[in-house]
Design a protein around this ligand. Sequence first.
Ligand SMILES: [Zn+2]
Length: 365
Amino acid sequence: MLDANSSLPHDGPTVIVELMGATHDVDRVFNHASNPHYGITQASEKPEQPPTIPIPYTTERFPKLTPSYATLFGNLNEVTTKQVRSHPGCYSALIPFGAGQRLTQDNPELAKDLETFLKSLGFPGSNHLQVARPTPSVVPPNRARFAKPFPYLLLNAPEPLCRLLLWQQTFAFQINSKHLAFNAVSPDFQVESWVILNLSGSFVTPEQLHMINALRTIATTLMTDRAFLSMTNTQLAKRGIGKTATERAMISISTFRLTFIPRTLEDGIEQPIWQLQGMPISRDLKTHLVWLRIIRRTHFMVNNILSLEPDKSPFGCVWCKAETHSSENCPLPNTNDWKGPTPAHEYLTPDPPVRASDSKKHWPK
Ligand SMILES: [Zn+2]
């Protein structure tokens, strides 16, 4: 049932689950090529290009980013969240490089700068576009640096501009002597992060044999977990995938991959992680979160001895918000002709979620 495969694009060694006797459903619905964390931008047909480019921007291809729900809507005030979720086609989410409390506070002109850049591209109808800075649900504490909310919202943008934004995704440019960059993503909640959980501890190594053993343990443990079997069975049956509970669990697990990702903590200590990814069981957020919780609460023990401890600290890149690399390894600034900001050479981790008890409520319910 399990095998190693190192031919997939990845940051570090990766192992995957291979389903013996794969059915046509596996090929049709689930395959590793559809993992959205490992794509590259400009993959679709080239859209209409800007009529004018008075502000040059980096036109290279970038790693495709797949933001989680929390990246898009975390700590965004409820009224805006509701509005965007019910009319996702009307907006584009612009997530600035290094987005968070400090950037928003220190750059009151950022929304205006983004507007100026977008208008400069010269698409007809651009005069009406607007960029709104995010208003938090709960005001983060002053000490918070990368606290959510992240996305600046673009509204009234002409259709060709929206198509260009999603095709290029990452824009890096210089305006008013400032280096800026942002990632444009659709707030249409159709593609959720494939990240299931992170594991950390002395057992985390780039040794493929250890990784295969760990993934085998995760797979075989879940294959006997009633809650996982039941939920996977229900959700895949709804989509007409598979025939039995066992087959449906195998189909789901066949999308799992375990990747070794280097990480340096703020005190300079190396603490890599193993990241488990797999295709979301449902496009419904609540259903998907229940499925994640089932997996995250499961105790995985290799050979009944080695406990695979989940890493519950926030993990990801504070600059581009990817969940698949740490901040010090962000690939964006290393892209050819990068015109965006140069990130600080610090080992930085994402801020924890802001809770109501951290600060006073800013937005009325
Ligand atoms: Zn990054």
